[in-house]
Design a protein around this ligand. Structure first.
Ligand code: FE2
Ligand code: FE2
Length: 412
């Protein structure tokens, strides 16, 4: 009798709707936290992993209760997206230097055929906030680089970012060794530590040479979005990774040094065109440095992954035979920085911190961030204090400041 009762209880438990609801709740449609990126004065991007097929949207408002929230769907017009692994939303039309609250939503989509499509109820993320960039925004930024999907390094640098709470973070390349599949990329970029890393501030991504490697890398822009095309003239539309944005008194300029191997390197098998890509960026940089909002900035800091300076007295930057990436480009970018009184260039790639003080021929300071292992990783923090731009470099291993450099306002 007891056995029969137990069997009956089990049957009713399995059959009851309550049990079914509980089971559904255990499988979230979100597989990662929201990752904010491509910030500008008036726009931002939000990307998150999903247990698809799924559709989704972001609601945002200046009010914390989202009572007058606007909704923007993940969409490639005219169709709203249905994705298996990752959704992205581009929010436009924002006010500069304004705090917005937001939440993301994911809905399951059942699409057996075009006449029986079913979209589930939205599952919402928690409410978070971000502040748009702009000339009146807080003059502050942080830089990380060469994390290479190393769990301990990513965890350590994000712990430091959490303590610093910068309004914007430059991820200066080599986020992973290579990009082999969508699953691996979503996990290693959006969710490596299982903790939110970019829910309350946004990332400006600068690709490194490794960010052009792997069988899946040609789809990377679904996880790490390219900049909105309206930010630049149509002749530069292919330059989706370049940015020039004011964050308070500082103009932040991102350049993409691309692969460290030349286009004719046998490893690339004739499948890359970085030389013309970098040349186009030189033209873009030339025009961008003349843009009123950039030209009027009291401080200009540029970022690219591969160093522009070789710390040897016997070689002129850009002319070393031992430096394999485009020598002409590094020379041209350096010349433009000198002509336009750029104060600092922050690079990466070497996995060992270095600072090259300005010289007579090179009036800008050149930094190389450390990286890959927690022992050599660094976090840069730039802030404007008493009319000076101060760049502090933190060694992650012991949280010590290994360098602090002050810059006066540009003379232009
Ligand atoms: Fe690297
Ligand atoms: Fe690199």
């Amino acid at each position: 009798m007891n056995r029969l009762l137990s069997l009956l209880t089990l049957f009713f438990l399995l059959a009851s709707p309550l049990y079914a609801d509980d089971a559904e709740e255990k499988t979230s449609l979100f597989t990662t936290p929201v990752f904010l990126q491509i910030p500008s004065e008036t726009s931002i991007g939000a990307v998150w992993g999903v247990n698809g097929p799924a559709a989704g949207f972001v609601e945002y408002s200046t009010k914390e209760d989202l009572s007058d929230a606007k909704r923007v769907y993940a969409c490639v017009p005219p169709l709203r997206s249905i994705q298996e692994k990752v959704l992205s939303v581009r929010i436009r039309g924002l006010e500069p230097n304004t705090k917005y609250y937001y939440r993301a939503a994911t809905m399951s989509v059942d699409y057996p055929n075009a006449y029986h499509v079913k979209v589930g109820e939205p599952e919402f993320s928690a409410v978070h906030s971000f502040t748009t960039m702009g000339e009146k925004a807080r003059s502050s930024f942080a830089v990380i680089n060469d994390t290479h999907s190393e769990y301990d390094t990513v965890k350590a640098v994000h712990k430091k970012l959490k303590a610093l709470q910068p309004p914007v973070v430059i991820w200066n390349g080599d986020a992973a060794d290579q990009y082999k599949s969508e699953d691996k990329t979503v996990n290693s970029i959006l969710n490596l530590t299982g903790r939110a890393i970019a829910e309350n501030y946004a990332f400006l991504f600068v690709p490194g040479n490794h960010d052009y490697r792997g069988a899946w890398v040609r789809n990377l822009d679904t996880v790490l979005l390219t900049r909105n095309p309206e930010e630049r003239d149509s002749k530069y539309w292919e330059l989706g990774r370049n940015f020039a944005v004011r964050q308070g008194d500082v103009a932040l300029i991102g350049l993409d040094s691309g692969e460290s191997k030349l286009d004719d390197n046998p490893d690339l098998q004739g499948l890359a065109e970085f030389e013309s890509y970098r040349e186009l960026q030189t033209q873009w940089l030339k025009e961008t440095l003349e843009r009123p909002d950039i030209k009027s900035a009291p401080f200009i800091v540029a970022f690219c992954h591969i160093p522009l300076v070789i710390p040897r007295d016997d070689v002129v930057p850009g002319q070393s035979a031992s430096y394999v990436w485009s020598r002409a480009t590094s020379y041209q970018w350096g010349q433009l920085f000198s002509q336009h009184c750029v104060q600092a260039v922050i690079t990466a790639h070497k996995h060992r911190y270095r600072c090259d003080e300005p010289t007579e021929n090179r009036p800008w300071a050149h930094f190389v961030g450390g990286g890959k292992s927690p022992k050599t990783a660094t976090v840069f923090h730039g802030t404007v204090e008493d009319d000076k731009l101060i760049i502090r470099v933190y060694r992650i291993e012991d949280d010590s400041i290994i360098n602090e450099v002050k810059f006066s306002k540009r003379s232009f």
